[in-house]
Ligand binder design. Sequence first.
Ligand code: BES
Ligand code: ZN
Ligand code: ZN
Length: 486
Amino acid sequence: MIIKLTDHHGISVEYVLESQMSEASFAWLKPMFSAKDTEVFPSFAKEEKKIFVGLGKKENLTAETLRRQSFQLGKILEKYHIKKATIDVPDFKAWTNNRELCAIKAVRYLVEGLLQSSYRFDPYLSDKKEDDETVISLKVRPGYEEKAAFSIEETTNIMSGVFFTRDLVNTPPIDLYPETLAEKAKETLEKSDVKVTIYGKKQIEELGMKAFLAVSQGSDKEPQLIVMEYLPNENEKPIALVGKGLTYDSGGYAIKTPKGMVDMKSDMGGAATVIGTISALARNKVKKNVIGIICACENMISGKAYKNGDIISSMKGLSIEVRNTDAEGRITLADALYYAATKTDCEMIIDLATLTGASIVAVGEFTTALISNDDHLVKYAQTAAEKSGEYVWELKANEQLRELVKGTISDLKNSTESPFGGCITAGIFLEHFIENKPWLHMDIAGSSFSGKPYSYLPKDATGVPVKTLYQMILDFTDKQNVFLEK
Ligand code: BES
Ligand code: ZN
Ligand code: ZN
């Protein structure tokens, strides 16, 4: 699908509020369409073919209505193989008095919804659906063309970051393993001036990443440390984005059930989120320095694998008792976070990880759980999520929970004896390796992968929370000194 600001072409699309249906010109349409915010009506019987998109009640109109209804519109265009359409972008702000629906932002939501409707993951299908090459023309009010063109390009780049993340997560582990993940990151990001350095096993050993190596040692696939540098500004400390990169998590000797294991190709969702976000930032030339760090490996079973009961070391030197080989993400992140904190001179660390099933129990299937040592960062994440139409929820650590990750014969243990609070205790474990930097942990076990489609999000990889992370970093460019103000 291509979206442009071209002259009127093809079929006309009209967005309509419920209240507008009382106008005389809509009288003929009333038996078929009442402009509810779930309705899209293709009207092909009359001479002038049109598609009407319902927006519901004026007072309820939000960015999310525009995204969802534009997604439904895209599905209708696909269903009827309509290759050319023109959308007359209404003045949503004048209708609603809502600044969040100004012309430029409205273009963002329309483009987002439309592009969402075009996503498919079909490389493994013999019988692929033909791509219709739909071209949609947006007609904006005179004087807004330049801003709208910018908004279309910006949104298209963000969505290609989201789709890249989805493709990486959806690719099965027979094809996507640490080396191929690293190659794909390098191949794509280097096109947009991101420097990608890949370290193999020998260099990981030289760095002393013993925790990371312990998790990877049961696999025949070589672990990879992937470092991505996007540094558009001089003399600015970067934000470190750390992603959990388990290209497959069998559970190891604490082996998962077939049902628990079948979707574990998605255990590199954090890594894919980091790669997709950096790709979108670089394509849009966002002026903020960012370093992405991924410890990529597989968690497998073999004669070489680590065992339940092992005590291992880490890059920081803290010892970890492996009470459960399936709590492997936090072990790899221990070294990735310590690397970020000590080798990159970063201003803050944000990590993204499909870390715990407990996070899904705590906050629900489509919500990202947040744990942080810095209220500013949480506020930024909440604001960015709201702008992006994604969900986050903060969970707070406390002293009582902190006790649970302390070891008895080791410094830390990777799994607590308690069946409760598992998302928070995982976060507390990570906190030992951030060296007191401002830090935000995003547990995306639920939000990044789904067993069913929801709204414009597809089944399987969702690409969440690329939009939130992108928006957060964009918001940091407005107020670069927020951490100095404290
Ligand atoms: N990758 C899983 C977490 C996960 C579960 C992600 C479901 C997506 C969906 C992680 O490595 C894991 O297995 N965590 C364990 C931790 C437990 C053993 C302390 C879990 O959540 O059960
Ligand atoms: Zn696991
Ligand atoms: Zn895992």
